[in-house]
Write a protein that binds this ligand. Structure first.
Ligand SMILES: NC(=O)c1ccc[n+]([C@@H]2O[C@H](COP(=O)([O-])OP(=O)(O)OC[C@H]3O[C@@H](n4cnc5c(N)ncnc54)[C@H](OP(=O)(O)O)[C@@H]3O)[C@@H](O)[C@H]2O)c1
Length: 299
């Protein structure tokens, strides 16, 4: 079954996979966004701080699709300390649209200790019709609890880092979000293939890929989907984008998901041990230097 939509807590339907524009250079953003949409993505995820909203908007227009045929998310990233409403209006202008489907607080730290006040401004944007749905990103359980204390409108999503090497730390957050009907959007799920290669996750991913006759990136995105997440990913390559969309037809068994989770937790533990050993070594070097300096002073 190809990817469909997920019903959010405000009743709106979000496409289950989105094409992200983070780190795409401005000079190729419109071409890559257009390619993503022409391959079949109907959900574009961008942000004020990616500084390519103008080009993303151009890529969207180049497809010739009607505005309502696409889901567009952007984020308030606190660029240049601009207030929420001004940032939102500027993003709309840059994208060349009169509303976005989803507007996110990019990170709780942007609220500078005032999550309630910032969220109230997001609620006003929704009332004004500038944004259809509102949500957050990179919020912890505590951040969400703070927000929910005063929120009149619940965030529809929390866009979070979601890959096997962080599954242990993210599981309580995923559970909290499920209990409060806040949908997870998962980004950087391909980290085991991009920046943390050679770790314990490689083997189960390769084994599952071999069994299902699919590529490792497809196994990782299917894993993210199995965690209940809306997938936010990207690629400059048409063949990869086609493979991402084919993940709609890939279903992992509970055993597959468990094997990837176990390997991810092992990788997380190994990394923590390595970091502890490194900081222990640093401490010993500093202590040694300190003793040497004291020795010099005494002599
Ligand atoms: N809210 C936040 O704070 C936040 C943070 C980060 C990201 N995001 C969103 O999430 C989107 C995706 O983030 P991401 O780029 O970190 O996601 P990702 O899905 O983990 O990685 C995408 C990258 O994986 C590469 N890739 C795919 N298959 C590969 C393979 N088999 N081997 C090696 N590399 C492979 C692609 O490179 P090619 O181009 O070469 O195919 C692409 O650049 C962003 O664009 C952004 O919209 C949000």
């Amino acid at each position: 079954m190809p990817f469909k939509t997920i019903k959010l807590n405000d009743g709106r339907q979000i496409p289950e996979i989105g094409f992200g524009t983070w780190k795409i250079p401005q000079d190729v953003t419109s071409q890559q966004v257009q390619q993503g949409i022409e391959v079949g993505f109907d959900h574009v995820d961008t942000a004020q701080v990616y500084r390519n909203e103008v080009e993303a908007g151009q890529g969207i227009r180049d497809t010739g699709l009607k505005r309502e045929q696409l889901w567009i998310t952007t984020k308030w990233s606190g660029v240049d300390d601009k207030p929420v409403r001004q940032s939102c209006l500027e993003s709309l202008e840059k994208l060349g649209v009169d509303y976005v489907d989803l507007y996110l607080i990019h990170s709780p730290r942007l609220c500078k200790g005032d999550i309630a006040g910032t969220w109230a401004q997001f609620e006003l944007l929704k009332k004004e019709g500038l944004v259809k749905s509102i949500g957050v990103s990179n919020f912890t359980v505590d951040d969400l609890k703070t927000l929910l204390k005063t929120a009149k409108i619940k965030p529809v999503v929390n866009q979070i880092l979601l890959h096997p090497y962080v599954i242990k730390q993210q599981t309580p957050l995923l559970e909290f979000m499920q209990d409060h009907d806040i949908a997870p959007e998962g980004y950087s799920s391909l980290i085991p293939l991009t920046s943390r290669t050679g770790g314990p996750v490689d083997k189960p991913v390769a084994d599952i890929g071999k069994r299902l006759k699919v590529e490792p990136e497809q196994v990782l995105l299917a894993w993210s989907r199995a965690k209940g997440a809306i997938i936010i990913t990207t690629s400059s390559r048409k063949d990869r984008l086609e493979r991402y969309l084919a993940v709609g037809d890939i279903h992992l068994t509970d055993e597959d998901v468990d094997a990837i989770d176990r390997a991810g937790k092992k990788g997380e533990k190994d990394k923590a041990m390595r970091e502890m050993a490194m900081s222990g070594a640093r401490y010993l070097v500093l202590a040694g230097l300190g003793l040497w300096a004291v020795g010099k002073l005494v002599l």
